[in-house]
Design a protein around this ligand. Structure first.
Ligand code: DX5
Ligand code: ZN
Length: 231
């Protein structure tokens, strides 16, 4: 069952495999999709742009045959451009990057689209939204970080709700479909407030993979989302 934000756009649950068991990744992505996930969120960290090192295109290609849902690649790498083609070839559907990590934002967005993927731009908690002034019409997704990037299991930063409201207004003003995703510290007990602020796509790592029963958590999240729309 897909909960809807409004008539046009569904709410999407995007489990981050950062908190999955990496020794059993194929099994983990199949299990989370069977439990109701809409998207797989794939966190790429380079020990340079962020102080952690995770997974790359080879792992993306390895999980691709296990699921039919979109793979949402969150690049926390600098530089960005060289790795875009590799992820497109590995089966990514959405590729998002941080403006601080790209020398030329418009060029990187075009490159992602030329490779057949949807481009997204990611804003750290302290990063202003000003580059959306011109970039928003070129994007398919805006990702608001609600923690500082680099690690799973951190606390949601409350002031990012204001940023989500700001981005929602900007998206509604251009009248074009752009996904508004939130990443970091998303749990059953705050997902309703995040939806009410205007988000439609919810990344959750530790809240889903850290709990034993993935379906129970995803169902509880959808119940909170249903309440958020009817309020
Ligand atoms: C953090 C990553 C997140 C992370 C979220 O840099 O981008 O996707 O996995 O983890 P939780 O949901 O545990 O905060
Ligand atoms: Zn992420």
């Amino acid at each position: 069952m897909t909960t809807r934000r409004n008539a046009a756009r569904p709410f999407l649950i995007a489990p981050s495999i950062l908190s999955a068991d990496f020794a059993r990744l194929g099994e983990e992505v199949r299990a989370v999709v069977a439990a109701g996930a809409d998207i797989i969120h794939f966190d790429v960290m380079d020990n340079h742009y962020v102080p952690n090192l995770t997974i790359g295109p080879l792992v993306c290609a390895a999980i691709r045959p296990h699921v039919t849902v979109p793979i949402d690649v969150h690049l926390m790498v600098s530089p960005v451009d060289r790795i875009v083609a590799d992820f497109a070839k590995a089966g990514a559907n959405i590729i998002s990057f941080h403006p601080e990590a790209s020398g030329h934002i418009d060029r990187t967005i075009s490159l992602i689209r030329e490779h057949g993927c949807k481009p997204g731009l990611v804003f750290n908690p302290g990063t202003p939204l000003s580059c959306l002034d011109y970039a928003l019409p070129q994007l398919d997704l805006v990702l608001i970080m609600s923690v500082n990037p680099g690690f799973g299991g951190q606390q949601f930063i409350p002031y990012t709700l204001d940023k989500i409201r700001d981005v929602r207004k900007r998206i509604d003003a251009i009248g074009r479909e752009v996904m508004l995703e939130v990443d970091g510290g998303v749990k059953v007990d705050n997902i309703g407030a995040i939806a009410a602020a205007g988000a439609d796509t919810f990344v959750a790592g530790s809240a889903i993979f850290g709990a034993g029963d993935y379906a129970k958590t995803i169902t509880a999240m959808r119940a909170e989302l249903s309440k958020a729309v009817t309020q």
